[in-house]
Design a protein around this ligand. Sequence first.
Ligand code: FES
Ligand code: FES
Length: 165
Amino acid sequence: MSLSMTLTVNGVKRAIELDDPRTTLLDLLREGLQLTGTKKGCDRGQCGACTVILRGRRINSCLALAISHDGADVVTIEGVAQGDRLHPVQEAFLAHDGLQCGFCTSGQIMSAIGLIQEGETGDDPERVREGMSGNLCRCGAYRGITEAVLQAQEVLGAADRKEVA
Ligand code: FES
Ligand code: FES
């Protein structure tokens, strides 16, 4: 028996047939929609490699049942750049060497985007570290990641201020 659902992924509405109601959002993205930028690390909610933005909030997609989110809006790493223009968080990760092997990076970037949207860390590195603590990096690029989040936050804040000016 297959189940029908829809998902708006990176702004595009997709009609999906699920063969297995137990399919996670992560497996649907990677295997059903070939969006392999979202990584599978632990598959049990412990590493953050699978982070996406679902209905405006960052989540671990390995812990989300796809069918529970019928009709939802999802943003993955494939949806954050605008054509050739990288997202400010992506640019900041490059500028601050916030990665080594890159396996955790898409999850880190999606989590950073979610954290900045939550707007609760201010410019306090300790609070950024705490807010990003669900995203593990086996290469230990934490220093660059924290600096990148702080820089991106500043850039995005400046952009917001310009918009209202
Ligand atoms: S793969 Fe989802 S938290 Fe590790
Ligand atoms: S850059 Fe290698 S795991 Fe984070």
